[in-house]
Design a protein around this ligand. Structure first.
Ligand code: ATP
Length: 343
């Protein structure tokens, strides 16, 4: 049996079926990321695990114990919120030790645990300050510290970085990854940012409309998406996906058969541009994005299908140039009319 097990978990809000029979097994020490578009049910699923929402069907077990109807405070989980949820009038040290003081833990033990968490999180110089005297990133570290001192069975993070600016978000993401490497604690992390999901997760759970679309390691999702939704959700820029009938030469160029009404998907790095030749898919450059380390070249085929080609070199091409498109057949993804992968 897995460390944390969700079986046919259901949640309704009035007529909205927010979570639709979700099955998921999480192993001890795993870093799991729930990702998906707004409203797909990520936070609700996390809150069900936390015990902050009541469950309408199915069951939850943690470390061999049924926790389906256990109050949140008895589940031995710690949640870190986007809003930090710190006590404004308390010092950093008191914020971090709050749960331990409530549980009447010995004062010397508390002091030692707070000190250790503060060292891990680089918060030692700030222990006497109040949250108001800290930056957003420091506040978020205090919120994480408060979870660490409790040494819970599972850490739950709900979009913890979304209030931070881009630079701090990147930095704090690295800190969370390092923390997981050092503590090895089982972690479930909610984000709508697929880059966060890809860089932090051992396994990513892609949710859509209250159900799981796919579970896999970041590279499994990137290389072998189960369907068109996952293919387009994971990866920036998005996978190029065109209806096969929109580019008549495509099937013969790739040497692949596409079902009627089906689609071909190619990652931008699997599309290269050549001088225009016969028998090729031809087009013209719409836009060149020079990003420094890479160049994104947007191309329209003669039939009007759109592709992005990603190159790790600088490009001499400019808008309006006529080009041929070359595809790596080994990296083509074929989807049927319903978006399921067939190849
Ligand atoms: P976001 O990324 O925008 O935070 P999410 O994936 O976390 O979205 P949830 O907040 O879990 O999505 O919401 C899932 C669905 O349940 C949505 O349709 C939402 O409107 C609905 N929902 C969530 N909480 C409630 C509530 N307390 N009452 C009614 N409907 C709710």
């Amino acid at each position: 049996m897995s460390f944390l097990q969700l079986k046919r978990v259901e949640k309704h809000f009035g007529n909205t079926r927010a979570i639709k029979g979700v099955d998921l097994s999480i192993e001890k020490g795993e870093f799991i990321v729930f990702v998906g578009p707004s409203g797909c049910g990520k936070s609700t699923l996390l809150r069900l695990i936390a015990g902050l929402e009541t469950i309408d069907g199915g069951s939850l077990s943690l470390d061999g114990r049924d926790i389906t109807h256990l109050p949140s405070s008895k589940r031995d989980l710690a949640m870190v919120f986007q809003s930090y949820a710190l006590y404004p009038h308390m010092s950093v040290a008191d914020n971090m030790s709050f749960a331990l003081r409530l549980a009447n833990v010995d004062k010397a033990v508390i002091r030692e645990k707070v000190q250790r968490a503060a060292e891990i999180l680089n918060l030692v110089p700030y222990l006497a300050r109040t949250p108001r005297e800290l930056s957003g990133g420091q506040r978020q570290r205090v919120a994480i510290g408060r979870a660490i001192v409790r040494a819970p069975k599972v850490f739950l993070f709900d979009e913890p970085l979304s209030n931070l600016d881009a630079a701090l978000r990147g930095q704090t993401r690295v800190e969370i990854a390092r923390l997981h490497r050092d503590l090895g604690a089982t972690t479930i992390y909610v984000t709508h940012d697929q880059v966060e999901a890809m860089t932090l997760a051992d396994r990513v759970v892609v949710l859509r409309d209250g159900a799981i679309e796919q579970v896999g390691t970041p590279l499994e999702l990137y290389d072998k998406p189960a369907n068109r939704f996952v293919a387009q959700f994971i990866g920036t820029p998005q996978m190029n996906i065109v209806e096969a009938s929109a580019v008549p030469q495509l099937e013969s160029v790739l040497g692949l058969k596409v079902p009627a009404g089906g689609f071909v998907g190619m990652r931008p790095e699997s599309v290269s541009l050549t001088p225009r030749g016969s028998g090729q898919v031809g087009g013209h450059v719409d836009l060149v994005e020079s990003l420094g380390a890479e160049t994104l070249i947007h191309v329209s085929t003669d039939q009007g299908a759109q592709f992005i080609s990603r190159q790790s070199t600088r490009s001499a091409l400019s808008a309006g140039d006529s080009v041929g498109l070359a595809f790596d057949p080994g990296s083509a993804h074929i989807f049927d009319a319903n978006g399921r992968v067939t190849h």
